[in-house]
Write a protein that binds this ligand. Structure first.
Ligand code: ATP
Ligand code: XMP
Ligand code: GLN
Ligand code: MG
Length: 517
């Protein structure tokens, strides 16, 4: 696959924005990959990139042990763009000097175009650009062969370049939305400087991906796929089905903590509309038995993950000739594990079926591992999948169990399910389903006194949660209209026995998380 398409390589030095650089480049319909800055030079050569981008990063290039770049990448003769830390690396590598600046700069700044060439090809001389800065270092002397192409109030070396060798660097961040013309700068780098072609799309990618799966799975071999009905596993399943047809068996587990009507919906969609080989297993009792009496969030998650694996293993063993496991791993999942950034703290143990392969001797097939979520949706569209499936809100593997705080019982799940259905339908009716990243209910083991029909009630509390997010990593609570909130609250209290109070969660992530457990 990598031979045909033109690749831009992004080396990650730990910037918060590295994934954004990739997003912006792919938006220009150019394929790119992020690799950690520690990637061996041989690998870089093998990837055969047409251009190189060096990301920002938290270190200072003059620090001891600061991440470096193998200087042989500069001898590949391909255009290079350094962003912030990347700029300083370039300056240092070519004989310039970088020091701590007197004043750190975070936030909005202005750059004046000195020379409208190279990455500033699409601007005119003296044009002023709004840009976003986030740095504490600066260049004090420019390497030979480099010239200033943009200046800011703070430094004459805000954007620099060596036109002959096509090596450029900027102190600001063209990849963030707060640099409104950032895309023009990246476009100049990709098209004017490097001469790439804007031909890559997630749609054009699907044909190649199908071909790869087809080649990988031999004519007598089979693959299994854990299908949740969520976006990622659904697109992965449909894609693999196109590649190997009936040799794909999907396993859908009813774990007892799914939403109202979910089982019927998933089975109908995939069996009837997509004609997928689908085994739906009813393991409600097994999961709920294992969860009985458990209230600790991490314990709940671990139990569910474990039972999932057991069930999956049993089912996969029944599929004759199964040698492969299809997973809907996305690019951010891949990047999390290879990024230059050090290990991060475990906030919660996310369930996925990643523990399976080792134990089952199945080889992994991860057809979506190069894509971002919105690209997965576009690929799904190219595969002819319906919009209402592709634009579903994410739903966690441990399901309602982590939204039913306290003990998970059938009774409490029924209450939660009913309340959740109301939120979902009201959000749909208000036309907000796609705009909101996730909207759902959480059942709290907190009882309070109410009065209904002149009688006293003493029932549990429902928290409504609705957040806006781009990737689930950070999120803002959504300012839903008061009348919508009012309707939701009224309906839940009137229609759902067991809840007599509704509260709205107005916490963002961080410091809260999206799910309550
Ligand atoms: N009920 C289930 N039955 C079978 N497999 C499941 C089930 N729930 C989760 N999985 C597996 O766990 C993986 C991780 O779940 P996750 O929620 O991250 O992805 P998804 O459901 O495919 O997509 P989305 O993020 O849109 O919900 C799924 O891709 C699927 O393979
Ligand atoms: O497949 C999943 N298995 C899990 O165990 C899990 N826990 C959280 N989520 C989803 O991940 C996103 C971030 O959630 P948090 O802010 O609660 O960590 C949100 O979209 C959550 O719904 C999960 N998805
Ligand atoms: N955003 C960045 O790449 C910052 C680089 C370096 N840590 C500085 O403070 O200047
Ligand atoms: Mg899901």
């Amino acid at each position: 696959m990598s031979e045909k398409r033109e690749l831009v390589l992004i080396l990650d030095f730990g910037s918060q924005y590295t994934q954004l650089i990739a997003r912006r480049i792919r938006e220009q319909r150019v394929y790119c990959e992020i690799h950690p800055c520690t990637v061996p030079f041989e690998k870089v050569r093998e990837l055969n990139p047409k251009a190189l981008i060096l990301s920002g990063g938290p270190s200072s290039v003059y620090d001891e042990g600061a991440p470096q770049v193998d200087s042989r990448v500069f001898e590949l003769g391909i255009p290079v763009l350094g962003i912030c830390y990347g700029l300083y690396l370039i300056a240092q590598a070519f004989g310039g000097k970088v020091e701590r600046a007197n004043a750190r700069e975070y936030g909005a700044a202005r750059v004046v175009v000195e020379r409208p060439e190279g990455i500033f090809h699409r601007f005119s001389k003296r044009e002023t650009l709004d840009v976003w800065m986030s740095h504490g270092d600066r260049i004090v002397s420019l390497p030979p062969g480099f010239a200033t192409i943009g200046v800011s109030g703070n430094t004459p070396f805000c954007a620099v370049g060596n036109t002959e060798s096509k090596v450029y660097g900027v102190q600001f961040h063209p990849e963030v939305v707060h640099t409104p013309r950032g895309s023009d700068i990246l476009a100049s780098f990709l098209f004017d400087v490097t001469g790439l072609h804007p031909t890559w799309t997630p749609g054009s990618w699907t044909d190649e991906a199908i071909e790869i799966v087809r080649t990988k799975v031999g004519p007598d071999e089979h693959a299994v796929c854990g299908l949740s009905g969520g976006v990622d596993s659904s697109v992965a399943a449909v894609l693999c089905h196109k590649a190997i047809g009936d040799r794909l068996t999907c396993i859908f587990v009813d774990n007892g903590v799914l939403r109202e009507g979910e089982v019927e919906q998933v089975v109908a969609t995939f069996r009837e509309n997509f004609h997928l080989n689908l085994i739906a297993v009813d393991e409600k009792k097994r999961f709920l038995d294992a969860l009985r009496g458990v209230t600790d969030p991490e314990q709940k998650r671990k139990i569910i993950g474990k039972v999932f694996i057991d069930v999956f293993e049993e089912q996969a063993a029944k599929v004759k000739g199964a040698r492969y496991l299809v997973q809907g791993t996305l690019y951010p999942d891949v990047i999390e594990s290879v990024s230059f950034k050090g290990p991060s703290a475990v906030i919660k143990s996310h369930h996925n079926v990643g523990g399976l392969p080792e134990r089952m001797n199945l080889q992994l097939i991860e057809p979506l591992r190069e894509l971002f979520k919105d690209e997965v949706r576009a690929a799904g569209e190219a595969l002819g999948m319906p919009r209402d499936l592709l634009y579903r809100q994410p739903f966690p593997g441990p399901g309602l169990a982590i939204r039913c705080l306290g003990e998970v019982t059938e009774e409490r799940l029924a209450v939660l399910r009913a309340a959740d259905t109301i939120v979902t339908s009201e959000i749909h009716k208000a036309g907000l389903h796609e705009e909101i990243w996730q909207s759902f209910c959480v059942l709290l083991p907190v009882r309070s006194v109410g009065v209904m029909g002149d009688g006293r009630t003493y029932e549990e509390t429902c928290a409504v949660r609705a957040v806006r997010s781009v990737d689930g990593m950070t999120a803002d609570w959504a300012p839903l209209p008061y009348d919508l909130l009012g309707r939701i609250s009224n309906r839940i209290i009137n229609e759902v026995r067991g809840i007599n109070r509704v509260v709205y969660d107005i916490s963002s992530k961080p410091p809260a998380t999206i799910e309550w457990e």
